[in-house]
Design a protein around this ligand. Structure first.
Ligand code: ADP
Length: 161
């Protein structure tokens, strides 16, 4: 297995995402990080172009990692990115039911395999949802997000929309 597409909302990128991206960059030849967005719906808490910029900055040193955005079916994005499989991170059993269903559906509708990577215990409690809440309430997100983009994430989440 040489290349993978790692899809997600990354709204915003967290230390948990980076744990998976860093380890995947060692395990695979090529890692495409795909930010899933829906052009029909308003963007997430962090606008799509900023989410792309944050991820690119956070993964700057990882030369076999590309960051892109896609909409529509994951199986089509995997085909367009020319990857061997989809990669998902598993934090706990709470993730597994949904992930197994999605993996089986993607194999059925698009013959796309999914590989799972277990979250490192140090970051398995981190979710972008809680990072957003903590940052908006001016809590300390040090260690929860990549340090190189921490201030920018705080700025984006606390500035008036
Ligand atoms: P989604 O909305 O698709 O779950 P996320 O941006 O929240 O998108 O997550 C993208 C991927 O990263 C998913 O596979 C998710 O399980 C994984 N992930 C999220 N947080 C962590 C974490 N703390 N440790 C490891 N993997 C994580």
């Amino acid at each position: 297995m040489r290349s993978v597409l790692y899809p997600g909302s990354f709204d915003p990128v967290t230390a948990g995402h980076m744990d998976i991206i860093r380890r995947a960059s060692m395990a695979f030849d090529r890692v495409v990080v795909g930010i899933l967005h829906n052009p029909q719906k308003p963007s997430g808490a962090v606008p799509l172009d900023k989410r792309l910029a944050l991820l690119r900055m956070a993964a700057k040193e990882l030369t076999n990692v590309e960051v892109t955005a896609f909409s529509g079916l994951l199986v089509e994005a995997a085909g367009a990115a020319n990857v061997d499989a989809v990669l998902r991170g598993i934090r706990s059993t709470l993730d597994t039911e949904d992930e197994l269903m999605m993996a089986r559906l993607n194999r059925q509708i698009g013959q796309v395999e999914t590989v799972f990577m277990a979250a490192s215990p140090e970051v398995s409690h981190i979710s972008a949802t809680y990072v957003r809440q903590i940052a908006r309430l001016h809590g300390d997100i040090r260690g929860l997000v990549p340090e190189t983009v921490r201030e920018e994430i705080i700025r984006l989440l606390t500035q008036p929309q």
